[in-house]
Design a protein around this ligand. Structure first.
Ligand code: ZN
Length: 148
């Protein structure tokens, strides 16, 4: 019985070393897969970090844009109509059609007269400023309104 015990022990040890070897191989494979997954995750994390940075910059710029647009809306609500165009409190003219600031002076024909009007990008023709039915040169009107 002692001999058989020894053989049985040998078989068991041999068997368990094969099993152990298989387990180690399996563990190595799993480790390699996890290592690969980790490096993929690290790359993805870097990408997301970079994307996040860009989105934060975008967000800041959009906040500024919103603020500017709100200011523009606020200012356009404070515009007054005079000579057929809008003016802000500082005497700057605004387009009567699109309400954006206009500063370009251009010659325009009013009936038979050449008159200096205001030209906006939204319109092909310059706007002629009118005071009591008579055309007025844009620079004169601007000087008057800037003067108060
Ligand atoms: Zn316009």
């Amino acid at each position: 019985m002692i001999l058989f015990d020894g053989i049985e022990k040998l078989i068991n040890e041999h068997g368990s070393s094969v099993i152990l070897k298989e387990r180690i191989e399996l563990a190595n494979e799993k480790f390699a897969i996890l290592e690969q997954k980790l490096s993929v995750s690290e790359i993805r994390a870097h990408q997301l970090e970079a994307e996040n940075k860009l989105l934060k910059i975008d967000n800041e710029q959009l906040k500024i844009q919103i603020k500017n647009l709100q200011d523009q809306i606020h200012n356009s609500n404070l515009l007054t109509l005079k000579y057929g165009v809008y003016w802000d409190k500082d005497g700057n003219p605004y387009c009567p059609k699109c309400k954006t600031p206009i500063s370009q002076i251009a010659w325009a024909t009013h009936i038979n007269r050449q008159i200096q009007g205001l030209k906006c990008t939204c319109s092909p023709k310059a706007f002629v400023l009118i005071e009591n039915g008579e055309p007025i040169h844009a620079p004169d009107a601007m000087r008057r309104l800037a003067g108060g």
